[in-house]
Design a protein around this ligand. Structure first.
Ligand SMILES: [Ca+2]
Ligand SMILES: [Ca+2]
Length: 445
């Protein structure tokens, strides 16, 4: 199996969503380069070896026929990805509101079967919000659980605020979905010396897998993956480049992409598997780590053949509480705000207008290109792609939220500098925030 190849197939079916968001081949995914022996970085080829994907049954799988959706922000065009499969919102700087993320999650659920040859079965979420809404009402957690119930394995990054964080970012904190932390592989493909990466968020519980804790670990430290020339991080951290085509990054979102790929392999092997089964097999088939915090918490590292060996076992659906979705949007948003002309977007408003979580949770939110009645996109699938042109920036020029100018926002209003939050975080895949200004140089080493 080849993660790069598999994800290249996956991104060919990746879809686009509104919001300054795009579903793309994410940071740790994309394409394997031949430059796999670079000192100081872990290559994707080495990652494959670490997770046991080059041997046994795993080596025969590519993820063929399994659509993997990746919602991301700050997206630049990626070499090798069909342009028609990637759609950007107004800018590529990456500032988004939780309401846009929720609209994007809904969009994936609504459109999961548009491409019958590659139905979306895996959703990679390499981001998190600073919100900590109550798990039994939180709208963001409701949105990911809605995807889970629709048969989509949701894989979410735990966050990069450190082992002492006390909680995962939302929605990784949701107990249903698969919450992923990162390991450091310590320069070897043998797993005996692998450790929990210190930047991984942990919940303040000693029980793995429940109470909002990390479920599974995968390599995520100094991973050399596809460089996106001209992207914000590429411009800001040229020292992280590895040759012309690769770029080093650390983060739980790197690890998340690895797990998403593994989920796709399992679903190719067992197309009828439910998200609960895939999650159980991945967790119980993982390789125990023998030292440190990972050992204490019983956290284990992804092992694809280990998971495949579990696929004959019966999985009892978990007895977990579901979110009603009826809680406040502000609770999901937390302290991460967009601002426009000095005005924060807060309360029960999306970037497009008023929002009632109760009404939203009660019904299908998308109708053609309308989300809750707001025109965000064209009316959809063309039969071969979600054509970019139907998602033209012009469709984003809705009236802004109360308190700001009536002319709609312009791109500069979405610049990273206006993004005051810390955790819708490219933290997930870089430093601490989606804001390029806040990205820590140390994450790119
Ligand atoms: Ca979980
Ligand atoms: Ca190792």
């Amino acid at each position: 199996m080849n993660i790069g190849r598999r994800l290249r197939a996956a991104v060919a079916t990746a879809v686009a969503v509104p919001a300054g968001l795009a579903l793309t081949g994410g940071p740790a995914s994309a394409v394997v380069s031949s430059a796999d022996t670079t000192a100081g970085a872990t290559t994707l080829a080495q990652v494959r070896s670490v997770i046991g994907a080059d041997t046994g049954t795993a080596a025969t799988l590519t993820g063929k026929g399994v659509g993997v959706a990746l919602i991301d922000t700050g997206v630049a065009s990626v070499p090798g990805l069909p342009a028609a499969q990637i759609v950007n919102g107004p800018t590529a700087t990456g500032a988004v509101d939780v309401s846009q993320m929720i609209a994007a999650l809904d969009w994936v659920v609504q459109h999961r079967n548009d491409d019958p040859a590659n139905p979306i079965r895996v959703l990679n979420l390499s981001y998190g919000s600073g919100g900590s809404g109550q798990s039994w009402t939180d709208p963001l957690q409701f949105a990911v659980e809605r995807a889970w119930k629709a048969g989509i394995v949701v894989v979410a990054a735990a966050g990069n605020n450190g082992n002492a964080a006390g909680t995962l970012t939302n929605p990784a904190t949701d107990d249903w979905v698969l919450a992923v932390g990162a390991t450091a592989t310590n320069g070897t493909t043998a797993t005996g010396d692998d450790t929990l990466a210190t930047f991984t968020n942990l919940a303040s519980t000693t029980t793995a897998g429940v109470a909002g804790q990390v479920d599974l670990l995968a390599p995520g430290t100094s991973i050399a993956s596809l460089r996106v020339p001209g992207s914000n991080v590429d411009n800001l951290y040229p020292s992280a480049r590895v040759g012309e085509t690769l770029f080093k990054g650390s983060g739980t979102s790197q690890a998340t992409a690895v797990v998403s790929a593994a989920a796709a392999l399992l679903l190719q092997a067992k197309p009828a598997a439910t998200p609960n089964q895939v999650k159980d097999w991945l967790i119980k088939g993982a390789t125990a780590l023998g030292t440190g915090t990972a050992k204490t918490l019983g956290l284990a590292e992804l092992n694809v053949n280990g998971a495949l060996a579990r696929t004959g076992t019966t999985v009892t659906p978990p007895a977990l509480q579901a979110s009603s979705g009826a809680g406040s949007l502000q609770g999901s948003r937390g302290t991460s705000y967009l601002t426009l002309d000095g005005v924060k977007l807060t309360g029960e408003r999306t970037v497009w207008g008023p929002f009632s979580s109760i009404q939203w949770a009660a019904a299908t939110s998308w109708s053609g290109g309308l989300w809750l009645g707001y025109r965000l996109a064209g009316d959809g699938w063309t039969g071969t792609s979600w054509a970019s042109k139907t998602w033209a920036a012009g469709t984003w020029s809705a009236a802004p939220w109360a308190g700001s100018a009536a002319t709609g926002w312009s791109d500069p209003a979405w610049s990273g500098r206006t993004w005051s939050g810390r955790t819708w975080s490219a933290g997930t895949w870089s430093g601490r925030t989606w804001s390029s200004d806040g990205w820590s140089a140390t994450a790119w080493s």
